[in-house]
Design a protein around this ligand. Sequence first.
Ligand code: NI
Length: 193
Amino acid sequence: MILPITAYGDPVLKKVTQDITPDYPDLKALIENMFETMYSAEGVGLAAPQVGLNIRMAVVDASPFAEDDSLPKTERDYLKKFKRVFINPIITERWGTPWGFEEGCLSLPGIHEKVFRPESILMTYYDENWEEHTDEFSGLAARVIQHEYDHLDGKVFTDHLSPLTRRMIQKRLSCIAEGRINTRYPMRFARRK
Ligand code: NI
């Protein structure tokens, strides 16, 4: 089932999310729906607040980046299979020179800005079978995870931009918040007038 995606301006995108337990109702169906929603909107990641849920979970499928010829073949091969569910993740370390990449977000349609993030992270999380993992991620995988992880802490990528850049996109952000935009996928606007 495709779920409406929460638009920028909804308070749920500003909340720090809560951990869940294995008895969370219909978790399997929720994970399936989140993947379906993400794929239909052509995203590479989707965090629970983006479907209106204040819980610590995100799905990622970075395989579209495997088509990017500018990446080394080893990274492309890795990204081709990079489909994961992250439950209750905790990033314990970030390192490496921050690098810039033009990010977008399904909750902020039409906005793309360069964001600087550290190259590598170490993260502990549960997968969809409640197996615990502690993994190191680098490059685009670490990029996508850090973007989704921000959502779980009530942040969006525009929070990383300089005050000047933020001022330049302020009008467009207001349009999104008020639902004065057209999108290819269903959205939910908390501040639609
Ligand atoms: Ni996002």
